[in-house]
Ligand binder design. Sequence first.
Ligand code: PLP
Length: 457
Amino acid sequence: MSESKKFILQEQDIPTAWFNIIPAMPVKPAPMLDPASKRPLTAEDLFPLFSEEAARQELNFTDSWIEIPEQVRDLYKIWRPTPLVRARGLEKALDTPAHIYFKNESVSPVGSHKLNSAIPQAYYCKQQGVTNITTETGAGQWGTALSLASKMFGIELAVYMVKISFNQKPYRRSMMQTYGAQVIASPSMSTRAGRKIITEHPNYQGSLGTAISEAVELAMSTPNCKYALGSVMNHVALHQTVIGLEAERQMEMAGEYPDIVIGCFGGGSNFSGISFPFMRHNLAGDRTTRFIAAEPASCPKLTKGAMRYDFGDEAGYTPLIPMLTLGHNFSPANIHAGGLRYHGAGAVVSQLKADGLMEAVDIPQLETFEAATLFAKSEGLIPAPESSHAIAAAIREAKRAKEAGEAKVILFNLSGHGLIDMAAYDRYFAGDLANYDLSETDLTETIAGLDMVPGHE
Ligand SMILES: *Cc1c(COP(=O)(O)O)cnc(C)c1O
């Protein structure tokens, strides 16, 4: 292991505004639709579901910068600004001329980037007197972040946790309970959506889509209760831009600018967070950085999905979102990167991908664990299985740079640490992990019946 170099900002350098990429997009995303009337949604339509401010941010197509409330910025100071690290150990292990940097979002109290959005979402709920929040969680990272954020503002939280993770990742459940949240394995008998799925498929191990249905149903039927989502939505991507805004200044300190920016991809929030601030310079015509989203080969919405109007959840309670999707009934293989097992991509990222302003790669599970162990041995940090997809993509690019003899500057986001995912590493060491491939027929079935998005027929 060789010495890595860190670039550290001060508290006063935490951004004062989030960056909203939508006004700069050459083609705006199509509007979200009301599923019954197929009418474009207004912010007011979302008020029953989300906090009013989150709803307004969701549909803000005009303001490029949105001020971070002072109380939110103060809470960010608990762990932000996060370090930017030159991964000299990894460079050496790969014997590459590329310069590899990573933004370390794993240093948050909950171990991932998710707290960047959990805090403002809980804050906006508190501002309007909300007493209860419901949410879903896949691998448990979002649920953990929102448990802490809710506790910070004295709000009660109920978390529907995908059943397979509830059983595979008991410590993430313990963390949520430590922060005082109620955790329910999904599908559960506590909602209509959950009871329907259990009745039809008694052994169903759950999915994010199902858990979202349950959380939304509980929020809509409980007074003074809102729902909060940890990815996919525009306002979540917006909050995550603190990552890229800090990284931009840190790259300046390093005296470099990235040729390639990489983030792993579940619904798009950490990828958006690291990418959008750099992408604004591409959109302004000043830079030609490549942006790469790294998704699992078993859940490849960006590389193999279709642009359709689809629900964010399985039961169809959410608005229709114009997204690159595998279909809301798509049931991904039980890979260990639970946070990436989601059927669709957010509307903004979907449009950027369709317009060729970013790229995507899909990575088989075993390659992600190879990348993770190489990274751990050379940099000391044990990455989350989700983040390992970004590392694997960065390694592919560093190898390509070596073949071409080019000193490319590569920046990736380390979205979280893997210290609560060691059971997955154990299975990798025991040779129990497999790659999963998708057959074309799976997809035509799950996409059939979804409406086309205008401009993407
Ligand atoms: C949730 C999660 C992801 C995936 O979600 P995005 O919204 O796509 O960022 C990636 N990494 C970690 C550590 C996560 O917790």
